[in-house]
Design a protein around this ligand. Structure first.
Ligand SMILES: Cc1cn([C@H]2C[C@H](O)[C@@H](COP(=O)(O)OP(=O)(O)O[C@H]3O[C@H](C)C(=O)[C@H](O)[C@H]3O)O2)c(=O)[nH]c1=O
Length: 181
């Protein structure tokens, strides 16, 4: 496993070792002790998986409010995504700043999105499947979000967002300014 940090403290891009042979490949996709020692000392309690049939699907920006904040370890099982984490930690010097990475099933890259970040992705291929481990269980009352296209965040999506496939919920998410009381 190799990993790199961003210019925002917290997130990490992880590149598992892919061992190829004439059959295909093998990789150790997750190792608890390695993750705790190198990335963050957390435990995961739930695995999620989603399928997005259309290229240009955007899911997010989502997060859960305290005490159900979630860290998310995200990877692609099929296809590829542009994955984004936005710092929404109160008092953070990088509040409202974002990091992004392209995650592909082919290379198995993973993005670590710590608790305190809003998360979203857009799909870059049809029938893209995303798998992510989370550090707190789902709590509908704590489910929250922000507008993926908020100019105050300024995410540079690698797709035409005017054509994005969105849930009704994500069409109506509030702006970042709604967090600044
Ligand atoms: C997240 C979640 C959702 N659900 C139910 C709630 C809805 O009935 C249905 C779809 O939920 P939602 O529209 O929030 O799913 P996505 O739009 O894929 O959002 C997810 O993907 C973005 C990128 C995220 O970062 C969030 O973790 C997550 O909200 O699954 C559950 O039953 N358990 C869960 O853990």
């Amino acid at each position: 496993m190799q990993f790199e940090r961003f210019d925002i403290e917290g997130p990490a891009l992880i590149r598992p070792k892919m061992i190829g042979d004439e059959r295909g490949f093998f990789m150790e996709a997750f190792k608890d002790a390695w993750f705790r020692e190198n990335v963050e000392d957390v435990s995961f309690v739930q695995d999620n998986q989603s399928l997005s049939r259309q290229v240009g699907t955007i899911r997010g920006l989502h997060y859960q409010t305290a005490p159900f904040g979630q860290g998310k370890l995200v990877r692609c099982l099929k296809g590829s995504i542009f994955d984004v984490a936005v710092d929404i930690r109160r008092g953070s010097a990088t509040f409202g700043k974002w990091v992004g990475a392209t995650l592909t099933a082919e290379k198995g890259e993973q993005l670590w999105v710590p608790d305190g970040f809003a998360h979203a992705f857009c799909t870059l291929e049809p029938d893209t499947e995303v798998f992510y481990k989370v550090t707190n269980p789902y709590s509908k009352p704590n489910d929250a979000g922000l507008a993926f296209d908020d100019p105050d965040i300024g995410i540079i999506w690698p797709i035409d967002i005017a054509m994005a496939v969105l849930s009704d919920k994500d069409r109506l998410q509030p702006p970042l300014s709604s967090l600044i009381s």
